[in-house]
Ligand binder design. Structure first.
Ligand code: ATP
Length: 222
């Protein structure tokens, strides 16, 4: 397979802020799913959840700092640059148009996958990309834990091993194990607002960026 045909991982999120849970998810997905690389897609205005705590430009810059030095990671700023709500399906249509029939693998933690059936045009997402789901502490991924319509939509797609991803552009759902890390951006925001340390939960350049811009304090500069 030429580099261009190898599966490309896509990792969306608010990254408010980016942390080691995200970085290990991307790194371990790359290995477990044999991805050519992972493209990070920070959301601008996520429509189906509370507005992010800090501005898109800061979240984008923190992701840039976090991934710099890893040649397998790239950052896509289209969602943060646009003032429009960030719908994953729209982003996938754009990436699909750009990548032709290359296999795409949308990466997410188990919590995000459990909520997939609430996403805008979610059934179309399954037709545009494969999905790689990482185990996440605190979130049960057994078939019984899946909402019924998601379980039904995935019945013929689930459980396939990573080898299938390179054989088709889209349509499979693959689970993979990653080093369990019970780190979340909510936990980090709470720690920072309380004046507690975030050290060793996210990369130092991100922590320094947060300090420099006075982000996530009880009264921050946004
Ligand atoms: P918040 O606490 O604000 O909800 P978060 O830490 O879940 O944020 P997001 O930006 O919402 O971060 O997550 C982006 C993606 O990364 C999601 O698919 C989420 O499931 C996944 N993810 C985040 N943290 C982890 C983790 N510790 N382990 C596995 N997956 C994770």
């Amino acid at each position: 397979m030429s580099g261009r045909d190898e599966p490309l991982g896509l990792l969306g999120g608010t990254f408010d802020p980016v942390h080691y849970g995200h970085l290990r998810l991307a790194e371990e997905a790359r290995e477990a799913l044999d991805l050519a690389g992972v493209r990070w897609l920070p959301a601008g205005r996520p429509p189906h959840r509370q507005a992010p705590r800090v501005a898109a430009a800061h979240r984008l810059e923190m992701v840039r700092q976090a991934v710099s030095g890893n040649p397998a990671f790239t950052v896509d700023d289209a969602e943060t640059a646009s003032g429009e709500p960030s719908y994953t399906v729209t982003t996938l249509e754009r990436v699909r148009a750009e990548q032709g029939s290359r296999p795409l693998v949308l990466l997410m933690g188990a919590d995000a996958f459990l909520g997939l059936a609430t996403w805008h045009r979610w059934r179309e997402i399954l037709a545009l990309t494969h999905i790689g789901v990482a185990a996440r502490p605190g979130f049960e991924l057994s078939p019984e834990a899946l909402p019924a319509e998601l379980a039904a939509a995935c019945a013929d797609r689930l459980g396939a091993d990573a080898g299938v991803l390179g054989a088709a552009p889209a349509g499979c759902v693959v689970q993979f194990a990653m080093t369990p890390l019970a780190i979340s951006a909510s936990l980090l925001r709470a720690r920072l607002a309380a004046g507690l340390s975030a050290r060793y939960l996210l990369p130092d350049p991100v922590r320094e960026y947060i300090d420099r811009h006075h982000l996530y304090r009880a009264t921050d500069g946004r």
